[in-house]
Design a binder for this molecule. Structure first.
Ligand SMILES: Cc1cc2nc3c(=O)[nH]c(=O)nc-3n(C[C@H](O)[C@H](O)[C@H](O)COP(=O)(O)OP(=O)(O)OC[C@H]3O[C@@H](n4cnc5c(N)ncnc54)[C@H](O)[C@@H]3O)c2cc1C
Length: 310
């Protein structure tokens, strides 16, 4: 039984939207890349649970937030892409004073929502243009703060549609890194799972002061980042005690173009789409920067952006 058949049968129970050949350039901040064979836009978390419980076990699944850290190769994605952004959008303050946000809520919204409720510590999220799910998966951060510093617990959703609450102690968290910690007693393969929501603990603060900090953080970004052209933020992780941008610039690569992609003249750790860039153009620039920096400085630049597809 293929996906179309399963979805035909299950249609009466699903409230989301199913599409074929969805252009991923519409869903990535680089505005480049191929199509996804299938795409599912769930109506909400419950609908996503039904979808996951319905689809064939061997259907490859990819969960995408706002695609702001993602390069999809031009050959596209085999399988189904699930989009969380318009679906998992609940955000509230709990009775315990935690900020609960579902995985599809935009990180800047968490920042503003916290300020509105007089919590401080979420200001750094204002300029990170992804979702809560993406911020958890990447341990997104800036200006000395990281997402997992504030996480009290998370809600996960597995391939069978099962929800589970997990503590931060169940993950290995690092610089732009998050993975489930190995579990010695668990010898059976783990079921694939994603983030459905998180509870954040922020300190009580002054909303007005938080809004001023948000403004200051955003103006720092406008001054230093090429925000007028499609990009995916920092392409490479900073090596220990150094900056990827410094190394790339020192190699004379600032402004270098391949096809429609360019290493930004404003910030050398950004690659911008100057118009009509293919994913191959962007990937070729990524590889050029890695090779040149390795030859010149002996430093292996690690990608921060995730690359998927053929
Ligand atoms: C202009 C600009 C500035 C940026 N500045 C910063 C910055 O200061 N700091 C920083 O850390 N990043 C920054 N980024 C990168 C990016 O915004 C973050 O990594 C963001 O958290 C990604 O979220 P997303 O929803 O767009 O994730 P996506 O790009 O959609 O996905 C990224 C990865 O997360 C996974 N993922 C997404 N949702 C889930 C989920 N629910 N469960 C499990 N996995 C999931 C995806 O499968 C993928 O592997 C910037 C990007 C841009 C374009």
């Amino acid at each position: 039984m293929d996906m179309t058949e399963v979805l035909r049968i299950a249609r009466h129970g699903l409230r989301g939207e199913f599409r074929h050949d969805e252009p991923m350039s519409r869903h990535t901040s680089w505005r480049a890349g191929g199509t996804a064979d299938r795409a599912y836009f769930p109506a909400d978390l419950e609908d996503l649970r039904v979808f996951l419980a319905t689809i064939p076990r061997d259907e490859p699944l990819h969960v995408v937030g706002l695609g702001s850290n993602l390069l999809v190769r031009d050959g596209g994605i085999r399988g189904t892409v699930v989009f969380t952004h318009q679906a998992l959008k609940r955000i509230e303050i709990t009775r315990e004073g935690l900020l609960y946000a579902e995985a599809g809520v935009a990180s800047p919204k968490v920042s503003r929502f916290a300020a509105t409720h007089d919590f401080e510590g979420a200001e750094f999220l204002a300029g990170i243009p992804g979702t809560v799910g993406g911020a958890l998966a990447m341990n997104a951060g800036c200006y000395g703060s990281e997402t997992w510093d504030r996480v009290e617990k998370v809600l996960t959703l597995d391939r069978n549609g099962e929800l589970m609450e997990r503590d931060p102690g169940e993950y290995l968290i690092g610089y732009r890194h998050c993975e489930r910690a190995p579990h010695e007693s668990n010898l059976t393969p783990r079921v694939e799972e994603w983030f459905a929501a998180a509870w954040f603990r922020f300190a009580r603060g002054d909303g007005q002061a938080s809004r001023s900090r948000i403004k200051e953080f955003l103006s720092r970004r406008i001054a230093s980042q090429p925000l007028n052209l499609p990009n995916a933020g920092s392409v490479f992780r900073n090596p220990p005690d150094d900056h990827a941008a410094r190394l790339i610039e020192a190699c004379g690569l600032k402004g270098r173009t391949i096809g429609g992609a360019a290493i930004s003249a404003k910030h050398s750790n950004f690659i911008v789409n100057t118009g009509g860039a293919s994913a191959a153009d962007i990937e070729a620039l990524i590889e050029l920067a890695q090779q040149t920096v390795r030859q010149r400085f002996g430093v292996a630049l690690e990608r921060e952006v995730r690359v998927i597809g053929k």
